[in-house]
Design a protein around this ligand. Structure first.
Ligand code: E4P
Length: 217
């Protein structure tokens, strides 16, 4: 399972990269705004900075919602660095743009996916990644994890190579549940990744080992 971090915060990206387990980064316009990164030039420069910190794929979202606009923006983003994955919204023009980019060998991430039907369309369009937003489904009393299992079944039935990128991951158990369901990738906040480290018995056990070591010395 690939681990992506879902943030535009460079310090957090650096911290996750230093752990040695990071496979990529996802961003979106809201995450950029949260870090105070606004305006096309600053956003482009920030993508370049992120690519310097991580080794893996970096999703960069288009703002245009029409086919021509998405192509123009996506080509500019893809030209920044081979690590860039063009992130496209799950709308008709986004699917057309996804097909265009996948035919050209440019990596894509179809975002804002909330149903199995949408995920099927993204795979048909040759998406590299599909991003079902599990946390936002949970927020409206709908089982986000169930969507992951539906997409897994459909993709396996037909051998689609599109990778399921569980997005809108909110906490550590989401990661574990997505791993059990066979999600190819998850993207979540640094806190959800660091949560995987924690167990009180580890801390208690380590303290005891160190205490016993000191007794013998
Ligand atoms: C995914 O690519 C999105 O950036 C993200 O996971 C959305 O998460 P949120 O629902 O916590 O905003």
């Amino acid at each position: 399972m690939k681990f992506f971090i879902d943030t535009a915060n460079i310090d957090q990206i650096r911290e996750a990269q230093a752990l040695g387990i990071l496979d990529g980064v996802t961003t979106n316009p809201s995450l950029m705004a949260k870090e105070g990164i606004t305006g096309a030039t600053n956003i482009i420069n920030h993508y370049k900075a992120i690519c310097e910190v991580v080794d893996g794929d970096v999703s960069a979202e288009v703002i245009a919602t029409d086919f021509e606009g998405m192509i123009k923006e996506g080509e500019e983003l893809a030209a920044l660095n081979p690590q860039i994955v063009v992130k496209l919204p799950m709308i008709a023009d986004g699917i057309k743009a996804c097909k265009y980019f996948s035919d050209k060998g440019i990596k894509t991430n179809v975002t804002l996916v909330f149903s199995a039907g949408q995920a099927l369309l993204a795979a048909k369009a040759g998406a590299t990644y599909v991003s079902p937003f599990i946390g936002r489904l949970d927020d409206v009393s709908t089982d986000g994890l169930h969507l992951i299992s539906e997409i897994r079944l459909i993709y396996d039935n037909y051998g689609f190579e599109t990778q399921i990128l569980a997005a809108s991951v909110r906490h550590t158990m989401h990661i574990i549940d997505c791993a059990k369901l066979g999600s190819d990738v998850m993207t979540g906040p640094l806190s959800s990744i660091k949560g995987l480290l924690k167990h009180p018995l580890t801390d208690i056990g380590l303290a005891k080992f160190l205490e016993d070591y000191k007794k013998g010395n």
